[in-house]
Design a protein around this ligand. Structure first.
Ligand SMILES: Nc1ncnc2c1ncn2[C@@H]1O[C@H](COP(=O)(O)OP(=O)(O)O)[C@@H](O)[C@H]1O
Ligand SMILES: Nc1ccn([C@@H]2O[C@H](COP(=O)(O)OP(=O)(O)O)[C@@H](O)[C@H]2O)c(=O)n1
Length: 334
């Protein structure tokens, strides 16, 4: 119908682009643990002015609920219907929110050195409580794949995922370019969601599906690096707090607190081998579970980023999205 008249025919690319700009565009990013899904998805969403949902956070919140209520344990036999139903009820009642923190995050560096790729921080709220840090704890890492293998839990989380995606489309991360930056200033109606089954189950009709992968060792080292920097930040914050306290109270006790805090952190700090083992176990559980296992969707674009810069992988995905929106590629030079 768009192409039926001569005038309309000439304007068709513009009309098509506008049409694509006003409807929702979904980017699904799946892949194994620590393959770069969430950092990439946040940067892509930020650049396109799309909303962002980290679906792993929802499973992590479900796991936190299970741990707090003592419902699930790593050793408990799978398939306990009562246990499952109790958790499903909790998830269904819970209020989970995932927000990009405006003005937050880090600037990605790369050989291309454009220096303009921001990876914003994400805040995860469970019934209004900020659980962003807590859901990344080792106890959660150990249990989350088991909780996520429960079919009832997955159905409950599916509702939350679709609800949050719908809300996020109208609440984009920010709008430096793309659809959010149009002349009317209208926010872009799009969303980027990352996880394990986004392209296969949650949004099987997503306009763009990416399967992000990297070698097991590269993933383990990157996660270790990430934990290392978090630990340093935590230690620096503890040292600063202790120094401030020293000025006002007994100096000796402040030093004792710092030392205790440092030794606690380093005691629980895993090696690269520990992390590699944990990632491998989680990947195995995610690939081999019955409900919505981790699979490469038949229409997904596979990107192995083992030897790729972060910036390159982000801009490759943005260009794929732009092509599918009827817009010209922009980053071929990178
Ligand atoms: N191409 C890349 N090169 C180097 N590090 C990367 C690359 N892509 C992502 N990373 C880093 O790998 C770590 C894990 O990425 P993350 O996005 O948390 O993975 P996932 O969401 O798949 O678990 C992060 O520190 C991220 O900055
Ligand atoms: N769409 C999704 C997302 C996460 N998950 C589960 O949630 C766990 C944590 O996901 P995550 O994305 O936070 O994990 P990382 O890759 O960040 O380590 C995964 O290991 C899966 O067991 C899932 O089953 N389906």
């Amino acid at each position: 119908m768009l192409c039926s008249g001569g005038g309309i025919f000439r304007r068709a690319p513009t009309i098509a682009a506008r049409w694509l700009q006003t409807r929702s565009f979904t980017i699904a990013i799946d892949g194994p643990a620590a393959s770069g899904k969430s950092s990439t998805a946040r940067a892509v969403a930020q650049q396109l002015g799309f909303g962002y949902i980290d679906s792993g956070s929802i499973y992590r919140c479900a796991t936190l609920l299970a741990l707090r209520k003592n419902i699930y344990s790593v050793d408990a036999p799978p398939g306990d219907d009562e246990q499952s139903q109790e958790l499903v009820d909790l998830i269904s009642r819970a209020n989970i929110d995932i927000n990009i923190k405006p003005g937050s995050g880090w600037l990605a560096q790369s050989a291309a050195g454009t220096g303009r790729l921001v990876v914003p921080d994400v805040q995860v709220l469970l019934d209004g409580e900020d659980v962003s840090r807590e859901i990344r704890a080792p106890e959660i890492n150990r249990l989350v794949a088991k909780v996520a293998s429960d079919g009832g839990v997955r159905d409950a989380v599916l509702h939350t995922q679709r609800y949050l995606a719908h809300a996020a489309e109208t609440r984009p991360a920010s709008t430096p370019e793309g659809r959010g930056a149009d002349s009317s200033g209208t926010p872009g109606g799009g969303v980027v969601m990352d996880g394990r089954d986004i392209g296969t189950t949650v949004f099987p009709k997503a306009e763009l599906k990416i399967y992000l992968d990297a070698s097991a060792m590269a993933r383990a080292i990157r996660r270790w690096d990430e934990m290392n920097s978090h630990m340093k930040e935590t230690q620096a914050a503890a040292a600063a707090a202790a120094a401030a306290q020293k000025n006002t109270t007994d100096g000796d006790s402040a030093k004792k607190d710092t030392d205790q805090s440092s030794s606690r952190t380093s005691l629980s700090y895993p090696s690269v081998e520990d992390i590699a083992r944990e990632l491998e176990q989680r990947d195995y559980a995610d690939i081999n579970r019955k409900h919505s296992p981790l699979r490469i969707a038949s229409d997904a674009v596979v990107i192995d980023n083992t030897n790729m810069t972060f910036e390159h992988q982000v801009y490759s995905i943005i260009d794929l999205a732009r092509e599918r929106m009827g817009l010209p590629r922009r980053y071929d030079e990178l």
